[in-house]
Structures are given as structure tokens and as C-alpha cells.
Ligand binder design. Structure first.
Ligand code: AMP
Length: 441
């Protein structure tokens, strides 16, 4: 063994608000990815990747300069070429940019896209809130039928439910260009006399983003919001009809939902239907795992032609935290079909080939070739849950054979090494049939 140097330098640590996703957590990530991909396939969504870095102007225009996500939390910088760039705080703006830039407006509509990607917000780090966090999201562009709203709401709801979470939907309509300006005036009027009782952020919001007064988390603002005029009472006929249809469709589905006039969503681009998927904590607090809404004006605002659209995004880390809390069921750990164990230098060389051959035949394998003791290797095979072990010792090398050991009952047989893969496949088939028969009894 070469001499090991003692540590003498300071350790560079993880950046505040960031999170390593270690191997022991990957089972959750894989499960969520698979669930999301399966849902996307069933509902006809195609996967899209957009860059982490976009022009700062994109988010200013799409998300809104006055939103917290853009004004306070965006990671923005000027690059070496003098371009003003930002790490994306959300993914809808990038998807809409790509939709316009790649002429997806000319494809048969609607265009249905989904993503699974990291987002960046310089938020105050705390439990369930990170500065890099992952979202999966679904977007439908080019369709304004309320049945799509109900499908999107139910999609977000059922994915989380299938992950073992007891969630419900909080839904609202925030109107459109036609009725919202009038409603905003009524809202600002309501708050005018109480301006001094609002938190400093809400005093600013009153000027630039009054809808956000309704979902402020500060207690005194929440108290004032209780009696504030509600968007649903100020919808124009078209918005009202749309929202009523969404609710009718939701009634058709088995979705648990509540009308909640405080759901206004943080970003500027939303119109009409807005919703959040929440779970209720033990103290009765609503904890948002995801949210979405219609954004019928965003494509136009971004330079495309008027195109109705709707989307939602869910936070993966928050979902995982909740899955851990409720001990949501996880898939069985992966088990290798075959573990290859060796004794002696010649056997190790032979094992290298054997492992390749097995993999080529889609037999899943495992090994610890750097380990020399047979006992330790068989213990490892057991720990990994291997169904069979192939054991190659000096005698087997001389005879051109290999031992197949059934790891369940310890029975061992000698077979010709040239037939080893076929023999393993035969046994795996028997094993599978026996398992199916046992299940069907
Ligand atoms: P939003 O884009 O703000 O509507 O967020 C949608 C979902 O993303 C939320 O419901 C959270 O689950 C998740 N999320 C938002 N911000 C963060 C954050 N800073 N850290 C972790 N998850 C987040």
C-alpha cells in the first residue's frame, strides 16, 4: 500500500441552500421519474429540456419584474461577453420561448410538453426550501377548452396520490384581462385604508402586484386578506363559464378539491384557473407540493401569436420529504440475478469475460473482483440478494467448469464453463415460473 497523506487543507463545503442527492435517496428520485414519465406517456406529453441559463430579459418579461422570484431571488450575472443572463427560477418561460423559437406554433395543436429539471431561487434556505431544487412540470400549449384544465389538475393530483401522498387541490380563478383590472381596483380600494397594517413587502405589492396580497404568509396580512374581495365574485361571463366547467369536470373525476380564493400564484403570467396541490401537516398547515395555472397571454407576451396555454410544476424535494414522513411504499430494492465469485488470479481473469457474456445476454450481474476471500464474496452476494452465484476457483479453471450455487438453498452444481450462461438462464426461468405459480396460489 502506498503511504497515505494526512489531510492538511481545509475542506470546501456545499454551497448554502444546495443539496447533494446521495445514493440512498435515489430510490425516491427513480420512482418519481418513472411515475412522471409513465403519466406523460399515457397523456401524450413529450419530454423537453431547455437550458438552465436564459436571458435575464426572458424572466423579467414572462414571470414579471415585480415578482419575488425575479426581483429578489434570481441568480443573475453578466457573462464574459457582457450578456445579462440568469439561472432559471422556473421552467415555463423557457418552454414558451422554445415553443415560439422552434415554430411549434405551426404544429398540430395542442403541443403537450413535460420536463424534469433543476430550478434556482435565492430563497431563504429552510426545511423543504432550497436554492437549487427540482421540479417536474407539464405544459399544454394551444388549447383553451376547460376540460384540459380539469385534466391538468387531475394529472398533478393523481401523480402525487400514486406516490402515496394524501393530497388535495386548492383551486381558484383569477380572471383575465377583461375582468381582472376592475377587480384589482376593488382590491386596492379594500386595502387602501389598512395600508399601514400591511407588512413592508405587501405595502410594495399594493402598488405593483396587488393580487399577491392575498397569499402573503405574514399573520397580520392574512388577517386582512380574510375579508378581501374575492376574484371569483368579479369574473366576467366568459371566465365564469370557463371556471364553472372546470369544476364540473373535476366533479366527474374523483379529485378532492376546495375552492380557495387566496390561491393567486406568485407569477405574473397566470390567467383564469389557478391551483395548488397541498398536503395538510399535523398542525393543520397547508404545505404546497405543486401548483399551476392557465397562462393564455404568455405566448403573445413573449412575441408569439395569441395562444391559450396551461401548465403546472411540482417540487421534487418537497414530495420526497413528505414521502419519507408518511413512509410511502417504495419499490423492492434491485437484486442481481448472478454474483460472480472468484478464487485465484486465473479465475479473476476468466470472470472478467464471464461478466461481459452475462451482461450481453441481459442477465444482471454483481461482483467484488478486488476481494480475494471466497467467504467475503459469498457474504456480499447474500447481502445484495443475488439469486445465483457463479463460483470460479483454481480447480474449476483447470477443469473448464464453474459452480452454480442457488443462493436460497445453498445447493451447488458443476457445469461446463462454456454452458454457464445458458445454465444460468435456464435456472432463472424456472425461478421466475416458480415465483409466478406461488403468487397465483
Ligand atoms: P412555484 O413555481 O413557486 O409555484 O413552485 C411549485 C412547487 O415547487 C412548489 O409547490 C414547491 O413544491 C416547489 N418549490 C418552489 N420553491 C422551492 C424551493 N425554494 N425549494 C424547494 N421546492 C420549491
Amino acid at each position: 500500500m502506498p503511504k497515505v497523506k494526512k489531510a492538511s487543507k481545509s475542506v470546501i463545503k456545499l454551497v448554502k441552500g444546495m443539496k447533494d442527492i446521495l445514493p440512498n435517496e435515489q430510490v425516491y428520485w427513480e420512482l418519481i421519474r418513472n411515475k412522471v414519465s409513465a403519466a406523460a406517456r399515457d397523456y401524450g406529453f413529450q419530454y423537453i429540456d431547455t437550458p438552465v441559463v436564459e436571458a435575464t430579459a426572458l424572466f423579467k418579461r414572462a414571470v414579471g419584474e415585480e415578482t419575488d422570484a425575479v426581483s429578489k431571488e434570481m441568480y443573475s450575472f453578466v457573462d464574459q461577453g457582457g450578456e445579462k443572463l440568469s439561472l432559471r427560477p422556473e421552467n415555463t418561460a423557457g418552454v414558451v420561448r422554445a415553443y415560439i423559437e422552434h415554430g411549434m406554433l405551426n404544429l398540430p395543436q395542442p403541443v403537450k410538453l413535460f420536463y424534469f429539471a433543476p430550478q434556482f431561487r435565492h430563497d431563504k434556505p429552510q426545511a423543504g426550501r432550497y436554492r437549487q431544487f427540482w421540479q417536474f412540470g407539464f405544459e399544454v400549449l394551444g388549447e383553451n377548452d376547460p376540460i384540459v384544465d380539469a385534466q391538468m389538475i387531475s394529472l398533478s393530483y393523481f401523480i402525487l396520490q400514486e406516490l402515496g401522498l394524501n393530497v388535495e387541490v386548492q383551486v381558484n380563478s383569477i380572471g383575465d384581462d377583461n375582468c381582472r383590472p376592475k377587480y384589482m381596483k376593488t382590491l386596492v380600494n379594500y386595502y387602501k385604508d389598512n395600508k399601514k397594517d400591511l407588512c413592508p413587502d405587501c405595502q410594495k405589492r399594493l402598488l405593483h402586484n396587488p393580487l399577491r396580497l392575498l397569499d402573503c404568509k405574514v399573520k397580520k396580512c392574512q388577517d386582512l386578506a380574510k375579508d378581501a374581495p374575492q376574484t371569483v365574485d368579479h369574473l366576467c361571463d366568459e371566465c365564469n363559464k370557463h371556471f364553472t366547467s372546470v369544476l364540473e369536470y373535476l366533479d366527474e373525476l374523483d379529485v378532492k378539491y376546495n375552492l380557495n380564493s387566496k390561491i393567486v400564484r406568485g407569477l405574473d403570467y397566470y390567467t383564469r384557473t389557478a391551483w395548488e396541490i397541498v398536503e395538510t401537516s399535523e398542525e393543520g398547515k397547508l404545505n404546497a407540493l405543486g401548483g399551476g395555472g392557465r397562462y393564455d397571454d404568455l405566448v403573445y407576451l413573449m412575441g408569439g401569436r395569441q395562444t391559450p396555454a396551461i401548465g403546472f410544476a411540482c417540487g421534487v424535494e418537497r414530495i420526497i420529504n413528505k414521502m419519507k414522513d408518511v413512509k410511502a411504499p417504495l419499490p423492492e430494492n434491485w437484486r442481481p440475478d448472478v454474483y460472480v465469485a472468484t478464487l485465484g488470479p486465473e479465475a479473476r481473469k476468466k470472470a472478467l469475460h464471464l461478466l461481459l457474456e452475462l451482461r450481453k445476454e441481459n442477465v444482471s450481474v454483481s461482483e467484488d473482483l478486488a476481494k480475494t476471500g471466497l467467504k467475503g464474496q459469498l457474504e456480499s452476494a447474500d447481502k445484495k440478494g443475488a439469486r445465483f452465484a457463479l463460483i470460479l476457483g483454481q480447480k474449476e479453471i483447470v477443469d473448464g467448469t464453474v459452480l452454480i450455487r442457488d443462493m436460497e438453498n445453498g445447493v451447488q452444481e458443476v457445469v461446463d464453463i462454456k454452458k454457464a450462461v445458458k445454465e444460468v438462464q435456464k435456472r432463472l426461468e424456472h425461478h421466475l415460473i416458480a415465483k409466478v405459480l406461488k403468487k397465483s396460489k
